[in-house]
Design a protein around this ligand. Structure first.
Ligand SMILES: O=c1ccn([C@@H]2O[C@H](COP(=O)(O)O)[C@@H](O)[C@H]2O)c(=O)[nH]1
Length: 280
């Protein structure tokens, strides 16, 4: 197994140099058309290569959205593999947004697919879904820890429908609160070693006061907080500052369509990424 520094350490180094913005690579068919590309595997490949050229070495983290590659079948998966490999070579961190979650024994297979050294689809981190129980994610959390990779667990998602499940409560607290507690526990060892843990959370930039209303303290997670919903879904930098408060240093604002809409010119794409997050 390749010796790699823990994901939290690698992420902190990358964001200290290049800033916290995560650029989402979402090759929507409409974006391919807007870039003058055909909506087929060739157009997908040209779109993805442009993203690699534009962002590799210029942002800390990119988040390819698996759905927009999967829709082309094996040809799209091949482009996804090439894209992950190109970012890997460049040293830019990849967070594959694939939202996997299953019973533990199957989760182990997903973990090997995305988090094992040498896997064609290996990313630096993936998104995972805790709705088969936080404990079902154990194989992914364990393999990510062993290989210097990370997972981002869906806690409070940016879509309005998420509240139906995530805000549900009983006398023990809310569903989202239990997810946050699971991440905090998984990151405890990293906290004692003095670095950020490898179990991040997805907390949508659009959720307003939901975390506070549910009594959730995001400052104690000791893991990265991915904030999608920034940009095209309506949340701005002020909304992110209000929502996260003292937890802001751990936040990765994530924007896809708003940045990609500036393409296909490389300088325009980079300018959109540089300008997206105004800083502290
Ligand atoms: O709560 C979530 C979790 C994931 N996403 C993903 O992020 C991007 C958002 O794209 P934009 O174009 O910036 O709206 C997309 O891939 C989603 O699947 C999210 O939006 N919310």
């Amino acid at each position: 197994m390749m010796q790699r520094a823990p994901f939290g350490v690698r992420l902190a180094e990358a964001t200290a140099t290049l800033g916290p913005l995560c650029v989402g690579i979402d090759p929507h068919p409409e974006l391919l058309r807007a870039w003058g590309l055909p909506v087929d595997p060739d157009g997908l490949r040209r779109f993805a290569r442009t993203c690699v050229e534009a962002f590799a070495g210029h942002v800390a983290l990119v988040k390819p959205q698996s759905a927009f590659f999967e829709e082309y079948g094996s040809a799209g998966i091949q482009v996804l593999e090439e894209t992950l490999a190109a970012f890997r070579v460049s040293g830019t961190l990849t967070l594959l947004d694939v939202k996997r979650g299953d019973i533990g024994s199957t989760m182990a297979g997903y973990a090997r697919a995305y988090l094992a050294d040498g896997s064609p689809l290996a990313a630096d981190a993936i998104t995972v879904s805790p709705y088969l129980g936080f404990g079902s994610l154990a194989p992914a959390i364990a393999l990510a820890g062993q290989t210097g990779r990370g997972v981002f667990v869906l806690a409070l998602t940016s879509n309005p429908e998420g509240a139906q499940v995530q805000h549900a409560r009983d006398d023990q607290g809310s569903v989202a609160g239990a997810v946050v507690a699971g991440a905090r526990e998984a990151n405890a060892a990293a906290l004692s070693e003095g670095h950020l843990g490898h179990v991040g959370l997805v907390v949508g930039a659009t959720i307003g006061s939901a975390a506070t209303d549910l009594g959730i303290d995001l400052t104690t997670v000791n893991g990265p907080l991915l904030a999608p919903g920034f940009g095209a879904q309506g949340a701005d930098a002020a909304a992110i500052r209000r929502l996260f408060g003292a937890a802001l240093p751990a936040v990765l604002p994530s924007s896809s369509r708003e940045v990609l809409g500036a393409g296909p010119d490389l300088r325009d794409l980079r300018a959109a990424a540089y300008g997206a997050w105004p800083g502290e």
